[in-house]
Ligand binder design. Structure first.
Ligand SMILES: CC(C)(COP(=O)(O)OP(=O)(O)OC[C@H]1O[C@@H](n2cnc3c(N)ncnc32)[C@H](O)[C@@H]1OP(=O)(O)O)[C@@H](O)C(=O)NCCC(=O)NCCS
Length: 294
């Protein structure tokens, strides 16, 4: 069977949504730990968010988005973007029945050629050993990620003054915080984040920070110029969860112990899963990266 690697088109995104849902679910089913809730495939509402983010990237970075086709069917893809000299891999998956045959290697090479002029690179890897192998062999440094989850102890919630709702009018501030923390701004990715999440902002004379928060109250991206501000917006996020519901603080690398301190105070449980993979940079801090917009 011949495999064709070609640029992704907007009408490939729904096939890619099915492939990533299935492949990521199979990784979760293979790698989750006893004691964690059983994994489930991506829900319809999360899938819609994935489709919107992917369509945005196919539009902004057509040269960074590739699919593999066999017998006229899409069997895998790699979606990547470039933002201010940073190459970011958003999604990478091959249909389970085609894995381990070299298709992923070709897709990753095609996507990485889009970032050849970039100084830095960033991606959030699943716990799949095949993915870890590909990323390390492609030159990335692997930083293990922790996450904390559970029900917030309401009695532990501190008074976090000075945090306000954010809006599109804050994007210049957000981009400036991004540059100081991860080294490149999210630019138009903030439009997509603003559509999908609540934004909270803390802005003081000596420090600033923000968090995007999902509908449960879990922060999906946190960036700040001081640990104290990062903690404030993270507290504000998880305090917004409904009593009794489970929240998660994800993508905590070892340099972000401040996030563990919030999690432990809120009586969440700490676990480990996947890697932040970096090239040409150190793990950002105070910073909790977004899974695909990083
Ligand atoms: C990661 C993924 C995209 C790679 O695609 P692929 O077509 O399987 O990739 P390749 O066949 O080119 O390479 C896979 C490598 O992992 C190796 N591998 C496979 N299973 C492995 C395992 N359990 N442990 C270690 N290595 C393993 C293969 O031997 C191969 O290495 P080699 O070519 O040097 O021998 C694909 O496996 C996948 O979709 N995984 C599930 C989704 C996922 O986790 N994606 C990454 C999200 S960040």
């Amino acid at each position: 069977m011949t495999t064709l690697i070609r640029p992704a088109r907007p009408d490939d995104v729904s096939d890619l949504a099915s492939i990533t849902t299935q492949s990521y679910y199979e990784v979760d089913a293979r790698t989750y730990q006893r004691g964690w809730p059983d994994p489930s495939p991506r829900s319809e509402s999360r899938n819609q968010g994935w489709v919107r983010r992917t369509q945005h990237t196919v539009a902004t970075d057509p040269g960074g988005c590739w699919v593999a086709e066999a017998d006229g069917e899409v069997i895998g893809g790699a979606i990547s973007r470039e933002r201010e000299l940073m190459w970011i891999l958003a999604s990478f998956a091959v249909r389970p029945d085609h894995q381990g045959q070299g298709v992923g290697t070709q897709l990753l090479a095609a996507a990485m050629s889009h970032g050849r002029g970039c100084l830095r690179g960033m991606l959030a890897a699943s716990a799949d050993p095949a993915a870890a192998r590909r990323y390390r062999l492609a030159g990335f440094t692997l930083h293990p990620q922790m996450f904390a989850s559970g029900v917030v102890d309401r009695a532990a919630i501190p008074d976090v003054g000075g945090v306000r709702e954010g809006s599109a009018g804050d994007v210049d501030l957000l981009n400036s915080i991004d540059r100081q923390t991860r080294g490149s701004a999210h630019l138009s990715d903030h439009e997509v984040l603003l559509e999908q999440h609540r934004l909270i902002v803390s802005e003081r004379s000596n420090s600033a920070g923000y968090a995007y928060v999902d509908d449960v109250g879990s922060p999906v991206l946190v960036a700040a110029t001081s640990r104290r501000t990062a903690q404030k917006v993270t507290w504000e996020a998880i305090a917004s969860s409904a009593p009794g519901t489970t929240v998660a603080i994800r993508h905590v690398t070892a340099v972000n112990q401040w996030a563990l301190d919030v999690a432990l105070e809120a009586r969440l449980s700490v676990h480990q899963s996947g890697y932040l993979c970096l090239r040409g940079m150190r793990p950002p801090s105070p910073y909790l990266h977004h899974g695909s917009l990083l």
